[in-house]
Design a protein around this ligand. Structure first.
Ligand SMILES: *Cc1c(COP(=O)(O)O)cnc(C)c1O
Length: 377
């Protein structure tokens, strides 16, 4: 049996090596490392894939979130409602820009921001909502957009974990995650569902004006060369990464369905196992399983992780400390916030290996070992 990894990027590369190697070499031979045709082709191809008017590539997913918030023209002290149960990048950029992250609860089943919790957190300083499509499944975007319209708020989707997922509105209209709010942000970090061979990210929007602002901000606030109208930053996707992403974008649906197959196989193995809750699949979203995350009940999670590690089975806790409890935010007074669902999930979740090259014997081995441990409880 092949060594089990959370994400097996080497096996995936081996499947597409000739194509990838040729694409990288071609960029090197032309020495067009920044911008150029690979970046603009990738941009167009991603626009087509997502069915969105504008894609603006950038250096990483964190930059995408930061630039998106900068483009909204918010001012210091403005409040942004966001889940605490997320990766730190979502909320860190708010603090960096002098905005106030207002942490709210997530739904205990979908792990995504809870719509009623958003409503309760709205004040006259609230300017935006940043939902996160955690682990690969969409937040309740219909409910979120409804509140946003009601209170005139911006919505910036953190789509770093869910690229390719599709959300269905109650009238049957389907949209890709990241294209529903005013701006969608994603990451091409190597382990993401659409990953490059380094750092990368992108924003997307259907709003022409926002697209122009985003482009400007990502390029030193420049309107024309050496004329800088607003304070911006330097955030670019480089051409080698774009060339790699073009190849992998073609395979994204295939990659996501490979992940879905792994998740379905896990679900069957864990169906009747006590102490374990398998991932919930909402009826309004596909799930692209960036993570396969179980909820444990009455199980010593540290002991389970140690037991698995002894058998060379990696597992991860996403995330061991929710954002509102991070020291980073102590000055915001959020450490003492009462978010019981978030704390409860933080203590219960465990993510198992999932990736596009997972083999049956690996999955069987993992599930058998988990079950062996659970039976001792
Ligand atoms: C990965 C990730 C990011 C940040 O992306 P980087 O490319 O690492 O900067 C932001 N939000 C979420 C939810 C993520 O998973």
């Amino acid at each position: 049996m092949k060594k089990i990894q959370m994400v097996d990027l080497i096996s995936q590369y081996e499947q597409i090596k000739p194509e990838i190697d040729r694409a990288i070499l071609s960029v090197v031979e032309k020495a067009q490392f920044i911008n150029g045709p690979e970046v603009s082709s990738f941009q167009t191809e991603l626009e087509n894939y997502l069915n969105v008017k504008h894609v603006i590539p950038c250096a990483n997913g964190t930059d995408a979130l930061q630039i998106a918030l900068m483009a909204l023209g918010l001012k210091a002290g403005d409040e942004v409602i966001t889940p605490s149960f997320t990766y730190i990048a979502t909320t860190e950029v708010m603090a960096l820009l002098g905005l106030k992250p207002v942490f709210v609860e997530v739904d205990s089943k979908t792990f995504c921001i809870e719509v009623e919790a958003i409503r309760s957190a709205i004040t006259d300083k609230t300017k935006a909502i940043v939902p996160v499509h955690l682990y690969g499944q969409a937040a309740d975007m219909e409910g979120i957009m409804k509140i946003a319209n009601e209170y005139n708020l911006f919505v910036v989707e953190d789509n770093a974990q869910a690229i390719g997922a599709e959300y269905t509105f109650s009238d049957g209209v389907k949209k890709k995650t990241g294209t529903i709010g005013h701006i969608g942000c994603t990451s091409f970090f190597p382990s993401k569902n659409l990953g490059c061979f380094g750092d990368g990210g992108a924003m997307c929007t259907n709003d022409d004006e926002l697209a122009q602002r985003i482009r400007m901000i990502a390029n030193h606030g420049q309107s024309k060369r050496y004329y800088h109208d607003v304070v911006g930053c330097n955030s670019r996707l480089d051409s080698i990464q774009a060339a790699i992403l073009r190849i992998k974008l073609n395979k994204l649906d295939e990659y996501n369905s490979a992940r879905q197959k792994v998740a379905a196989a896990y679900n069957i193995e864990f169906a009747d196992v006590s102490h374990i809750t398998t991932p919930f699949i909402a009826s309004n979203s596909t799930h692209v399983f960036h993570q396969y995350t179980l909820q444990l009940e009455g199980v010593n999670r540290d002991a389970l992780q140690a037991f698995l590690a002894e058998k060379d089975i990696p597992s991860m806790i996403y995330y061991p400390v929710p954002a509102h409890r991070q020291k980073m935010f102590s000055a915001f007074g959020s450490n003492s916030l009462n978010l019981p669902v978030t704390d409860w999930l933080t203590d219960r979740v465990i993510s198992l290996p999932i990736h596009t090259e997972m083999e049956d014997d690996q999955l069987k081995f993992i599930t058998n070992e988990v079950k062996t441990f659970i039976q001792q409880q």
